[in-house]
Design a protein around this ligand. Structure first.
Ligand SMILES: [Zn+2]
Length: 278
């Protein structure tokens, strides 16, 4: 399977075969239905927006590689792509997730950007397919911040393909309606508990857990939040996010959106320290 095909209908069916049984066996909220509210909308996001994002990624890769050919001495991409695939994949994950962290934090801190990102936070019942619900402006900026450096530095197409597969499955796993205890690994990698707290509609959890794969980035920058073994009471935002696909795309422009009251915390908090770890 081509990495870019991970956004298509075929990939969606494969992911359903993985995550629907997993959510049944390890359900966090057993009362939540598979055919939950908004599921149809999220399927459209996965298929239609996925196809659009695929085109954007191809253009982004072409632009970054053209710029790289002019600006970067060719020994750099040659050295980068000559590394073992597993090492390149690890480097891509670190590099891309630093970009995700920075852009995601900006989406929470800057009111004009929050309008777009609030669409993703409008989800009130989390499951694997909820991962796809994001405004195209949100998706394009996040992908640019995380992947332009990757394309620019000349990582091999094989390593990028492996990264895409890991990232996509990880993103769906983070949103899945599952309860799994990862022990101390929760400080290193992003887990469902870590990301469910990012979606919590609770004041103490606002503007926390921005990383998409490496929770340690949040630990290092003082935004890590997992209160013991607890899970959030509810998800979502207090804003009137439209329930329909078209309305959600227009919401940042028509309604103007709103900023959550303490989103300023996302830019004024000093770097935390690892001594908070337990
Ligand atoms: Zn967010």
């Amino acid at each position: 399977m081509e990495p870019m095909d991970l956004f298509g209908l075929q990939a969606l069916l494969i992911c359903a075969l993985i995550f629907v049984p997993l959510e049944h066996i390890l359900a966090l909220r057993t009362e939540q239905k598979i055919l939950r509210k908004g599921l149809g909308t999220d399927v459209i996001y996965a298929v239609v927006n996925g196809a659009f994002l695929k085109i954007c990624l191809v253009l982004m890769a072409a632009a970054a590689m053209s710029a790289s050919a002019i600006l970067v001495p060719q020994r750099i991409p040659m050295t980068v792509s000559a590394q073992a695939t597993w090492l390149q994949v690890m480097e891509i994950i670190i590099l891309a997730d630093l970009g995700v962290y920075a852009s995601h934090r900006a989406f929470h801190a800057i009111p004009a950007l929050w309008k777009f990102h609030s669409i993703h936070h409008g989800i009130e019942e989390l499951d694997w397919i909820a991962a796809f619900r994001a405004h195209p402006v949100d998706q394009i900026i996040t992908k640019a911040a995380s992947l332009l450096p990757v394309f620019f530095l000349g990582f091999s197409s094989g390593a990028i393909a492996v990264y895409f597969i890991i990232y996509t499955l990880h993103a769906q796993f983070l949103h899945a309606n599952v309860s799994i205890n990862f022990g101390p690994l929760k400080w290193l990698i992003a887990t469902p508990q870590f990301h469910h707290w990012h979606h919590a509609d609770q004041r103490d959890a606002y503007d926390k857990n921005f990383a998409s794969q490496l929770a340690i980035i949040d630990a290092l920058f003082g935004t890590f939040h997992i209160p013991g073994s607890k899970m959030p009471e509810k998800y979502g935002v207090d804003e009137p996010i439209p329930a329909d696909y078209v309305g959600q795309h227009g919401y940042p422009f028509v309604r103007g959106g709103q900023q959550r009251q303490n989103t300023a915390d996302a830019i004024v908090k000093p770097a935390g320290n690892l001594s908070q770890m337990k």
